[in-house]
Design a protein around this ligand. Structure first.
Ligand SMILES: Nc1ncnc2c1ncn2[C@@H]1O[C@H](COP(=O)(O)OP(=O)(O)OP(=O)(O)O)[C@@H](O)[C@H]1O
Ligand SMILES: [Mg+2]
Length: 301
């Protein structure tokens, strides 16, 4: 299957090493979330993928070939510095951009109609972009990344500034695009959203990719935990070797070394009180992010 392969990217600005050997790949049909603190290197990586910035070292290939002008024109890109013409009308601008990417006038017009409809800005087609609110400009920006039916999507913080309805719409759009075989890479600081949406994530820290993979796989090595909700005696402890307990109001969190301990933990709880729910807890991307970032801070210290 075709994939977008990013390999050994290095980029320095003066004495700042913005990227230090970044490698990962995104398969056709995969949604890849790119996360990291401010200044970690996300935008730099995405600009290099697009070819608007040149790497000092490393390569980017699509389906095994370096990205040339022809491939580039089939990428849907949403830059961090939003690039719309403020005075141009929404509809005209989208048609113009679609035409630049080679669509016929009729196809460009149809695509403009479709995407302004999907993204909820159809009523603003005849307005200059600068007259729209920030969030609506953002929707137009998204439409501009999608209007030419791209084969690859590279979106730098597509969710920033969107209201919850637009976030939902956009999530659905990205899922649909991935489902039709497009590799989608996007950056975001909204970790819960990234976790919900993405097949795989990459965590970048100070120019290095410190983790990548499915969130469930990345957290699989951690000790399993369960949440027990119900009425258990205050300070209850199942008294099982290797099992630790934390109490918080009527919620008890249990940690053990293996998932096989679940039945005996539950049995011990049921034995002493009312159990309303017994739920395995997964580590979240937020926890993973914090762990990975602090680990690397310790290593650097
Ligand atoms: N044009 C530039 N000149 C000098 N340094 C730059 C330039 N562009 C980026 N940098 C530096 O490169 C590093 C990575 O920046 P980048 O914009 O890729 O981060 P980011 O992960 O996108 O952050 P954010 O979440 O804030 O958007 C930072 O240290 C930044 O200061
Ligand atoms: Mg950025």
């Amino acid at each position: 299957m075709a994939s977008l392969e990013i390999s050994g990217l290095v980029k320095t600005y003066g004495d700042v090493r913005a990227l230090d050997d970044v490698s990962f790949d995104v398969a056709a049909g995969e949604l890849f979330g790119f996360v990291g603190a401010n200044g970690a290197g996300k935008t730099t990586t995405m600009r290099i993928i697009l070819g608007v910035l040149r790497a000092d070292a490393g390569t980017v290939t699509w389906d095994g070939s370096p990205i040339d002008a022809a491939t580039r024109s089939r990428i849907g890109y949403m830059p961090e510095e939003r690039g719309l013409y403020p005075r141009m009308k929404v509809g005209e601008q989208l048609v113009y951009l679609a035409r630049l990417h080679g669509l016929s006038r009729a196809d460009a017009h149809a695509a403009m109609e479709r995407w302004t409809e999907v993204l909820g800005v159809a009523e603003r087609r005849a307005d200059a972009v600068e007259k729209l609110s920030l969030g609506n400009q953002q929707r137009v920006q998204l439409a501009s990344a999608l209007v030419h039916g791209p084969e690859i999507l590279v979106l730098d913080e597509p969710f920033s500034g969107l209201d919850p309805v637009a976030v939902g719409v956009m999530s659905e759009v990205l899922r649909t695009e991935a489902a039709r075989g497009v590799p989608v890479i996007f950056s975001s600081h909204q970790l819960e959203l990234v976790e919900r949406l993405c097949d795989r994530v990459g965590i970048v820290r100070a120019g290095r990719l410190v983790a990548s993979g499915a969130v469930a796989d990345l957290t699989a090595t951690e000790r399993p935990r369960w949440l027990i909700e119900g009425d258990l005696p205050r300070g209850w402890d199942p008294g099982l070797a290797g099992v630790t307990v934390a109490h918080e109001a009527d919620r008890v969190t249990i940690e053990a070394e293996s998932p096989q301990r679940a039945p005996e933990i539950l049995a011990a709880a049921v034995n002493v009180g009312q159990v309303r729910a017994f739920t395995p807890l997964r580590s979240t991307l937020t926890e993973l992010f914090e762990d990975v970032v602090s680990e690397h801070e310790e290593a650097a210290a």
